[in-house]
Ligand binder design. Structure first.
Ligand SMILES: Nc1ncnc2c1ncn2[C@@H]1O[C@H](COP(=O)(O)O)[C@@H](OP(=O)(O)O)[C@H]1O
Ligand SMILES: [Mg+2]
Length: 520
């Protein structure tokens, strides 16, 4: 037996990972632990190199797939015929009921509906106007709220205007437009009052079928599915992914489907996969539907969120293409492409970075650590979570969207820990990526009651953080269980930090949850 092993080694290094799992080491290789058991020189050598040897090829394929999908998403964001304008009003008190969000794509009904409504209000708000206007909006008076954030998009430009209760503008907008709190907002006040009325009267926000995010979501899923299938030909290819082709197969989905096909073909044509680029709509639909698997505790399953943080994507903020690999129910590989994440730290304490370089790829395989590589393809570096033992120095991450996580609860936990920095609120699993390189030390996620977390929202992020030395757990301190199908069965929430801070964090979480319960 030992001689057989010895002979198999050089061959296995270049052979299919499936072959390793199913045949050669059936007696000595544990698929669950991903390790070789046995004794002596050969077994030791094998066990020390087993994970990198087994997942090398999968990782290379996953990196290619995620990078290409990221390229596609960026291309979509830069297409003028998709995002002509998008006005979003978001209230800082975090109450989702008070949220008004309008996302629009040019040449679509949305623009026309909004423009018609505005015309009826005697406002001529052409696309050019929207682009050039720094929309100054003292929403405090308009909606009797604490403060508001307005986002105006055009092509790749994104401006964020922060209005304080005293109607002054927060930086950097004030600087950028050379404005000060002395500016007379009265003209804008009346204009925007009318705009808001018009927007509320229109029902555009319910018609989102042609939005760029739809095309990007499907396109990204199709690309990842095609690349993985091509790179890792294997009979039992299984993909658990967020989207399915149901809506695209309907009559109403045909225009969107054509757009997706074109973008997917264009993206592949400009890549190593140019030979796959003449896809028909049926090819695209089939690639999307590859993601119908349910996952589970046996075998291998790829887990994909084609655009995680869709709200951030539309806002022009953070989003991620997240790809994980489950093997016997455990996450063994993860890749996160974060096209908008600065290469420099985004911790609450980093006041100085200009964030001019963005786009990061994080990747990890079990037992080999986590790496971050700029999306432009330059060299990867090994990353580690923050080593801080002092919660006062730790800044923490949470969802940008208050509807996705209870900000009040996080704030109570942070207060108990003595965290001084303000929360860093960003969308998507970019939080896991940022945490893995030590930008902050804690990530807190407490969904509203009844919400069930999905595996594609955490699989890649989880291994990226754990391989960088962090711990990902539910609110009771249990590791996340990815073996139950599409959903994670969780105790209350998800908390992430380094090993030293975890006991303190768990204590603060327990106390805050008890207080919350007793106040009900
Ligand atoms: N009510 C809710 N509570 C918690 N998470 C939610 C939610 N509604 C949607 N989500 C999930 O939150 C993800 C985004 O996470 P984050 O808040 O960290 O950006 C979404 O991923 P998608 O954007 O891929 O749909 C979605 O799966
Ligand atoms: Mg998601």
């Amino acid at each position: 037996m030992a001689i057989n092993w010895f002979r198999a080694v050089p061959k296995l290094r270049h052979s299919e990972p499936e072959f390793i799992r199913s045949h050669a080491f059936s007696l000595s290789f544990s698929p669950t632990k991903r390790a070789f058991s046995g004794s002596g020189r050969i077994a030791t050598a094998l066990s020390s190199s087993s994970s990198s040897m087994s997942y090398e090829k999968e990782l290379a394929a996953a990196k290619k797939a995620a990078s290409l999908a990221a390229l596609l998403c960026q291309a979509i964001l830069s297409l003028s015929d998709f995002i002509t304008f998008c006005l979003r009003v978001d209230f800082k008190n975090g109450n989702p009921e008070h949220k008004l969000s309008i996302e629009s794509a040019s040449n679509s009904e949305h623009d026309n509906v909004i423009c018609d409504q505005l015309r009826m209000q005697n406002i001529c708000l052409s696309k050019t106007h929207v682009v050039n206007l720094p929309i100054l909006l003292p929403f405090k008076h308009l909606l009797d709220n604490e403060s508001a954030v307005v986002f105006v998009y055009h092509l790749q430009e994104t401006e964020s205007l922060y209005f304080n209760p005293d109607c002054s503008l927060s930086r950097p907008m004030a600087n950028q437009y050379n404005l000060s709190s002395q500016v007379d907002f009265s003209y804008w006040f009346s204009l925007l009052q009318k705009v808001q009325k018009a927007l509320l009267q229109s029902d555009v926000h319910s018609k989102s079928d042609k939005s760029p995010v739809t095309v990007a979501d499907y396109g990204s899923q199709a690309i990842v599915s095609l690349v993985l299938e091509r790179e890792l030909p294997c009979e039992s290819f299984s993909l658990v992914a967020e989207e399915d082709s149901g809506d695209l197969r309907k009559e109403s989905g045909q225009e969107t489907l054509e757009r997706i096909k074109k973008l997917v073909n264009d993206t592949l044509a400009n890549s190593d996969f140019s030979s796959v680029s003449n896809l028909t709509t049926e090819d695209v639909l089939r690639a999307i539907d590859n993601g119908k698997s349910e996952g589970g505790s046996s075998g291998q399953h790829w887990v994909l969120d084609p655009i995680d943080g869709t709200k951030g994507f539309v806002r022009g903020d953070q989003y991620a293409i997240a790809l994980g690999l489950l093997d016997e129910g455990k996450v063994v590989l993860g890749v996160l492409a974060c096209p908008n994440l600065p290469l420099a730290s985004i911790s609450g304490n980093n006041q100085h970075s200009s964030y001019d370089k963005v786009g990061c790829l994080f990747f990890a395989t079990v037992g080999t650590g986590t790496y971050m590589q700029p999306l432009d393809g330059s060299y990867p570096i090994k990353v580690h979570v923050s080593a801080t033992e002092n919660p006062e120095e730790a800044s923490f991450f949470e969802s940008f969207e208050a509807a996705h996580s209870l900000h009040d609860l996080s704030s109570s936990i942070a207060q108990k820990l003595g965290v001084k920095a303000l929360p860093v609120r960003i969308d998507s699993q970019a939080k896991y990526g940022a945490l893995s390189r030590g930008d902050g030390a804690i990530y807190l996620r407490f969904p509203h009651k009844g919400y069930r977390e999905k595996i594609w929202d955490h699989a890649a992020g989880c291994i990226v953080v754990t391989e960088a030395g962090g711990v990902v757990a539910d609110a009771a301190g249990n590791p996340l269980d990815f073996s139950k199908g599409k959903y994670l069965d969780l105790d209350t929430g998800i908390i992430v930090t380094n090993q030293k801070l975890m006991p303190l964090l768990l204590k603060a979480v327990r106390e805050s949850l008890e207080e919350k319960l007793s106040s009900l």
